[in-house]
Design a binder for this molecule. Structure first.
Ligand SMILES: [Fe+2]
Length: 298
């Protein structure tokens, strides 16, 4: 059951996912970049400690994520070639990152943690019981991503219920699994994860927070979808960022519009506007503008 797919040895990954509803991938990101992300958040946490009385932990998770999104590291993590290669194996070639990816912060076991804090953690989605993400508006075609990047150990990781996605969406009663049904799934504790490992899972796979340890564990949560599959209404509302586009859509963009207006560029140049070129070039933004951007932002 326990299986870690190394980035350079992904044989069998798709079959494992179909059967179990999740996969663990190691070595996708450069270790130093994972460390940089950890450092970024740790520094923000130090600043946050001055205001802790006034702002709850979820406010910190949202605010610090906004800062991450504006950092160059964000591009590294999401426009990452390794990541896109793997996502293509699950989703095909037209992949989007649904907006509002976020941090999940599982605070360390601390005798000073009071019951209000624990209640808040549960309420604010930082510590979760058994659920699937389909319950909260994800499409059956969205692929979920969980990447611990700080403090993950044998106790504070995530528990998966392998195969639970193959029975459809588990019945829910007031945000918890229905107590009227005998729970037949067995847990699989991802207690072997290292910082920077990526867990990809189906939106129907049941999972939960494993528990607490003496370390605060931070993770990044996201979901990906394919533009040609069903995207749920909630996902449409949140919006998305396009990560990769197939040749078929590139042709359409070059023609210019969905009506295929005849001869729109006949005798001239059929091309893609420079301002959106990075979407169609997949990972490379316009080089000259990027250079200027870096000069201007200094
Ligand atoms: Fe979840």
């Amino acid at each position: 059951m326990k299986k870690i797919f190394k980035i350079n040895k992904l044989t069998g990954m798709e079959d494992y996912f179909i059967k179990n509803g999740f996969v663990v991938i190691r070595g996708l990101y450069n270790k130093s970049k994972v460390k940089s992300l950890e450092k970024l958040i740790k520094n923000l946490n130090i600043k946050y400690s001055r205001f802790k009385n006034k702002f709850d932990a979820q406010a910190f998770s949202i605010a610090s994520h906004r800062i991450f999104e504006k950092n160059d590291l964000y591009e590294y993590f999401y426009k990452n070639k390794n990541l896109i290669t793997i996502l293509k194996k699950f989703l095909g070639n037209d992949i989007v990152l649904i907006n509002f990816s976020r941090f999940q912060i599982n605070l360390k076991k601390d005798k000073n943690i009071n019951s209000k804090q624990i209640r808040d953690e549960k309420k604010f989605q930082q510590f979760k019981g058994i659920h699937n993400d389909h319950w909260t508006g994800s499409s059956e075609f969205s692929l979920h991503y969980w990447m611990p990047f700080s403090g993950v150990d044998t106790k504070n990781s995530m528990i998966m219920y392998p195969g639970s996605h193959l029975n459809g969406s588990y019945p829910v009663l007031n945000r918890e699994i229905s107590p009227n049904i005998e729970f037949k799934y067995h847990e699989h504790n991802l207690n072997y994860l290292k910082n920077g490992d990526v867990v990809l899972f189906h939106s129907l796979t049941l999972h939960k927070t494993a528990g607490k340890s003496n370390k605060t564990r931070m993770a990044e949560i996201a979901r990906f979808a394919n533009l040609n599959y069903r995207i749920s209404n909630q996902e449409k509302d949140l919006g998305f960022k396009t990560l990769t586009v197939s040749p078929m859509r590139k042709v359409l963009r070059t023609i210019g519009n969905d009506f295929l207006t005849p001869f729109r560029t006949y005798g001239g140049v059929a091309g893609i506007d420079r301002v959106v070129k990075e979407v169609y070039n997949n990972t490379d933004p316009d080089k000259l503008s990027e250079k200027l951007y870096n000069l201007l932002k200094k």
